[in-house]
Design a protein around this ligand. Structure first.
Ligand SMILES: *[C@@H]1O[C@H](CO)[C@@H](O)[C@H](O)[C@H]1NC(C)=O
Ligand SMILES: *[C@@H]1O[C@H](CO)[C@@H](O)[C@H](O)[C@H]1NC(C)=O
Ligand SMILES: *[C@@H]1O[C@H](CO)[C@@H](O)[C@H](O)[C@H]1NC(C)=O
Ligand SMILES: *[C@@H]1O[C@H](CO)[C@@H](O)[C@H](O)[C@H]1NC(C)=O
Ligand SMILES: *[C@@H]1O[C@H](CO)[C@@H](O)[C@H](O)[C@H]1NC(C)=O
Ligand SMILES: *[C@@H]1O[C@H](CO)[C@@H](O)[C@H](O)[C@H]1NC(C)=O
Ligand SMILES: *[C@@H]1O[C@H](CO)[C@@H](O)[C@H](O)[C@H]1NC(C)=O
Ligand SMILES: *[C@@H]1O[C@H](CO)[C@@H](O)[C@H](O)[C@H]1NC(C)=O
Ligand SMILES: *[C@@H]1O[C@H](CO)[C@@H](O)[C@H](O)[C@H]1NC(C)=O
Ligand SMILES: *[C@@H]1O[C@H](CO)[C@@H](O)[C@H](O)[C@H]1NC(C)=O
Ligand SMILES: *[C@@H]1O[C@H](CO)[C@@H](O)[C@H](O)[C@H]1NC(C)=O
Length: 373
């Protein structure tokens, strides 16, 4: 071997090293998610092990060579910046079994969706409270049961909390709460859905909700909610942010109108169906206070006829688009009030509410309204 040959070999070696370095650098730049950490992989595998996966939804979760990057597993998403697991989207995968506490190793988790699985009425694991970066938690229709763990109060970054279920059951083994004292800690909450959970003894529910200054959607249908105690909340300070309120199928009384109105300006959708508002004469005045209200559902509330003198001009009438006042005790004065300056109504449901005799002369309006629906 001559000297020049050695130099040449050296040059080639150096070039190879440089090349390899560049390739690695480029790969990292193109695909910073170079695989989740061993710790996160272990946590996910432990989680899988606790589950019964009859549909083989988690088939890609394994240690085989082709699966060794857990960021590529079905339902697992990693941060493009840090490479850590930030999202588990495992809704509707027919998963059963128990949730391994090792899952809390995923400390960067921001988004957890386990909706539409079947956890056989087991309690929501209290260690979910340890996901301190969680912004989205969806356990709806996952058939959890038992008491809402107070540890969820640790989820101070939460923006979306959905523990609802679509079952109009009798709460026999549904999720329940004795109080909602954890809510004020979740001060960033924008969306709260606890529908079909048993909140029958949560007397201070409205006070708790009132501590959420960013809340836009409050969805608590079929919760057996007790009536709000009027003295306990003088001003609804969450009322400015609320856009969508569904408190249907509860035991509310007319005090709810008093609380929702006030300084309220932004309510767009209001559903208070199947609460008993017998004898609540001023209900139409209360609704008249919502200038942006578009969708109003007050079906089956025992609402009495409106007293015509009490509301001279419907100032919410311009915004109303969809109105359901079916199954109440109204009379035809309701038309007088809904018409006027009204321009945007496309759906009006008054079925089961006005006797046909009272409707003489108004049939055309109804036909017209139905036609546009
Ligand atoms: C990472 O980047 C890809 C491609 O740009 C994108 O589809 C994905 O949503 C990003 N992941 C996260 C967690 O933001
Ligand atoms: C959660 O999972 C369900 C079921 O797969 C899916 O339909 C839904 O879009 C997911 N939620 C979100 C916000 O991604
Ligand atoms: C909740 O936070 C408190 C105080 O920061 C901490 O002591 C506790 O361990 C946390 N609980 C859970 C379940 O993470
Ligand atoms: C939670 O998941 C259910 C089912 O996929 C979906 O209908 C619902 O909108 C989700 N909730 C939130 C807050 O995204
Ligand atoms: C929840 O709020 C209460 C009252 O403000 C506070 O004492 C407690 O430390 C908070 N818990 C967490 C986990 O932040
Ligand atoms: C609802 O929960 C309360 C306790 O929080 C309980 O006493 C009551 O029996 C439950 N209701 C039903 C119908 O299970
Ligand atoms: C909301 O009003 C209650 C009193 O009803 C008060 O204690 C609470 O601090 C207020 N919260 C915010 C965020 O203003
Ligand atoms: C509604 O019920 C609450 C609690 O029982 C009571 O304090 C309030 O006075 C009731 N409101 C009306 C208008 O009857
Ligand atoms: C509704 O309330 C009225 C008066 O408070 C009461 O007489 C009536 O029985 C209630 N109706 C139902 C279905 O609970
Ligand atoms: C709507 O009309 C009522 C009187 O019926 C009035 O007290 C209220 O201030 C009006 N609201 C708005 C936002 O104009
Ligand atoms: C509807 O009932 C109210 C209250 O009883 C009454 O003031 C009004 O005159 C009635 N309207 C019609 C058209 O009968």
């Amino acid at each position: 071997m001559t000297l020049t040959n050695i130099d040449h070999e050296k040059q080639i070696y150096c070039f190879k090293v440089l090349y390899a370095f560049l390739v690695v650098l480029l790969l990292r730049m193109n695909n910073p998610c170079i695989g989740c950490s061993e710790r996160e992989m272990q946590a996910l595998l432990a989680f899988k092990q606790g589950l019964v996966d009859n549909d083989n939804s988690l088939l890609s979760w394994g240690r085989e060579v082709q699966n060794k990057d857990c960021c590529q597993w079905d339902g697992v998403y990693c941060s493009n910046h840090t490479g850590h697991v930030v999202k588990l989207d495992l809704g509707d995968q027919s998963l059963q079994g128990t949730i391994s506490p090792k899952l809390v190793e995923l400390q960067d988790l921001e988004y957890l969706n386990l909706s539409f699985n079947n956890f056989r009425r087991s309690q929501i694991p209290d260690f979910i409270g340890s996901f301190s970066n969680l912004r989205y938690l969806n356990l709806s229709n996952a058939k959890f049961g038992g008491e809402i763990p107070y540890q969820l109060e640790n989820l101070t970054r939460l923006e979306y909390l959905d523990l609802s279920s679509d079952e109009y059951g009798w709460f026999d083994d549904s999720i329940y709460a004795k109080n909602l004292n954890l809510l004020p800690n979740l001060s960033g909450l924008k969306h709260l859905d606890l529908s079909s959970t048993n909140l029958s003894v949560v007397v201070g529910w409205l006070e708790a909700v009132n501590m959420l200054p960013k809340l836009r959607s409050l969805i608590l249908w079929w919760c057996d909610l007790p009536p709000p105690i009027i003295s306990s909340v003088s001003v609804m300070n969450s009322s400015k942010s609320l856009v969508h309120v569904d408190l249907s199928y509860n035991n509310l009384n007319s005090s709810i109108f008093q609380l929702l109105s006030g300084t309220h300006t932004n309510l767009v959708e209001l559903d208070l169906s199947r609460n008993n508002f017998t004898g609540v004469v001023g209900w139409l005045e209360a609704i008249n206070m919502f200038p942006k209200l578009s969708n109003l559902i007050l079906s089956g509330c025992n609402l009495p006829p409106p007293i015509i003198s009490s509301v001279s001009v419907m100032n919410s009438s311009k915004s109303l688009v969809h109105v359901d006042l079916s199954f109440n005790n109204l009379n035809s004065s309701i038309f007088q009030l809904l018409s006027g300056t009204h321009t945007n109504l496309v759906h009006l449901d008054l079925s089961g509410t006005i006797s046909p005799v009272l409707l003489v002369g108004w049939k055309q309006l109804i036909c017209f309204l139905n036609y546009q629906t």
